[in-house]
Design a protein around this ligand. Structure first.
Ligand code: NAP
Length: 410
């Protein structure tokens, strides 16, 4: 483990706000597969942006944490308790993608990190960058942030294989005590959605909308069918909006019945949409949606669908945020066929790092990154994934793309 101990720890004040020194220690997980390509590219961009933004008066002391294949090779553990403690102690961390072997019984390391550290909000901004190829006619109308609940719903991992003793016991219980007759060869999954976890997620989404002066929070759910899980999420969402943010929120009904369709200054409109309808509406009327708060599985689907509309996974940033710490991450996987080829787009991890800088309160550095990345794309200097869709593009490698971004930093 490489450890740069010349920095200082980020700490949390009693009110939950971050205390960030001028040289914070920030742990990183390089990740598997293309992690070894996109992490070094990201680091170059972040270090340069911080230097440019603060004239050399701020910098980051990076500290590597070994997880995934690197962790297994070094310590025999894919994800150790020590790593989890380290992330918690440092309050903020960043990670590349990690492999999840399919059907080999190992739980996703990404899901484990989110659940063990109680990083309950998966935050994914979806914004169009000029010249990025999009299947939409007006991708510039998309400017949304998805808040996806990260710890429960079908991702809680409570499931039993068809034919297992546990599945049989649950099937018997459902038949004997609840009157449901399921086929005996059913696999069983449980979908828990709690009031506490729904409300803390929606509260975070509303706080984000208020802090960033955004017009609305849409509760996305499938409550017409799953009334006591998805429907309850919707109801608890409205409840927390009313009870904790009453002075700052209005419902969509109020908007039309009391305010003639014009939202009063400083208020956020809370509305809800059934999941399938929202998939249509974000395509047909994207300008009507700003912050979207939703349970785990819906959030998984909608955030990737939205990412595809503004350039695909290579450009989609994300963060997993809890009350005690936050982990910023590329939203795509390890793309093993490209690993080590210095080929893929580091944009997702670079934009995630910009989110991390925003979170630290280092907004100038974040803006430097976003502007320089936009400038490179506007000049059509891009990696293979975008080059194959932009006429006349200059195709560059992953590391070259990072250097092109740095060259455009003012
Ligand atoms: P993936 O790694 O996201 O790759 C799928 C395809 O997306 C790639 O073949 C490539 O498309 C494109 N792509 C992904 N990242 C890109 C980038 N940075 N630049 C350009 N194009 C990019 O999905 P997968 O193949 O389904 O998953 C591989 C492994 O990653 C699995 O073990 C999975 O569990 C894991 N995974 C991890 C995370 C995470 O760590 N958060 C998330 C998802 C998946 P083209 O082939 O068209 O060029």
């Amino acid at each position: 483990m490489t450890d740069n101990n010349k920095g200082e720890l980020i700490t949390l004040a009693a009110d939950g706000s971050l205390q960030v020194p001028d040289r914070p220690v920030i742990p990183f997980i390089e990740g598997d597969g293309i992690g070894r390509d996109i992490w070094p590219a990201t680091r170059v961009v972040v270090d340069a942006a911080v230097k440019v933004a603060y004239d050399g008066n701020r910098s980051i002391a990076w500290k590597e944490l070994l997880v995934g294949e690197k962790g297994h090779a070094a310590t025999g553990e894919w994800l150790s308790d020590k790593v989890l403690e380290d992330i918690q102690r440092h309050v903020v961390a960043i990670k590349g993608p990690l492999t999840t072997p399919v059907g080999r019984g190992m739980r996703s390391l990404n899901v484990s990190i989110r659940q063990k550290l109680d990083l309950y909000a998966c935050v994914r901004p979806v914004r169009y960058i000029e010249r990025v190829p999009s299947p939409l006619r007006h991708p510039e109308k998309i400017d949304m942030v998805v808040f996806r609940e990260n710890t429960e719903d079908l991702y809680a991992g409570i499931e039993w294989e068809a034919g297992s003793e546990q599945a049989r016991e649950v099937i018997d219980l459902l038949r004997e005590k609840m009157g449901f007759n399921l086929p005996a060869d059913s696999g069983i999954g449980i979908k828990p959605i709690s009031k506490t976890n729904s409300q803390r997620l929606v509260a975070r989404a509303i706080t984000y909308a208020l802090e960033n002066n955004l017009p609305s929070v849409t509760l996305m759910h499938k409550g017409n069918i799953m009334k006591f899980t998805e429907g309850a999420f919707r109801n608890w969402g409205y409840q927390v909006a009313r009870e904790r943010f009453g002075g700052h929120t209005i419902t969509e009904d109020d908007l039309y019945s009391k305010y003639d369709g014009r939202c009063p200054e400083g208020k956020v409109v809370i509305k809800d949409r059934i999941a399938d309808m929202l998939f249509q509406q974000v395509l047909l009327r994207p300008e009507e949606f700003s912050v979207i708060a939703t349970p785990n599985l819906n959030g998984d689907y909608i955030s990737d669908a939205l990412a595809a509309q503004v350039g695909g996974l290579g450009m989609a940033p994300g963060a997993n945020i809890g009350d005690k710490c936050a982990v910023f991450e590329a939203t795509h996987g390890t793309a093993p066929k490209y690993a080590g080829q210095d080929k893929v787009n580091p944009g997702s991890l670079i934009l995630s790092a910009a989110m991390m800088l925003d979170y630290l309160g280092w907004k100038q550095a974040a803006d430097v990154i976003r502007k320089a990345l936009q400038a490179a794309i506007r000049d059509a200097v891009v990696t293979y994934d975008l080059a194959r869709q932009i006429d006349g593009a200059r195709k560059v490698s992953c590391s070259r793309f990072a250097r092109e971004i740095v060259e455009r930093m003012g």
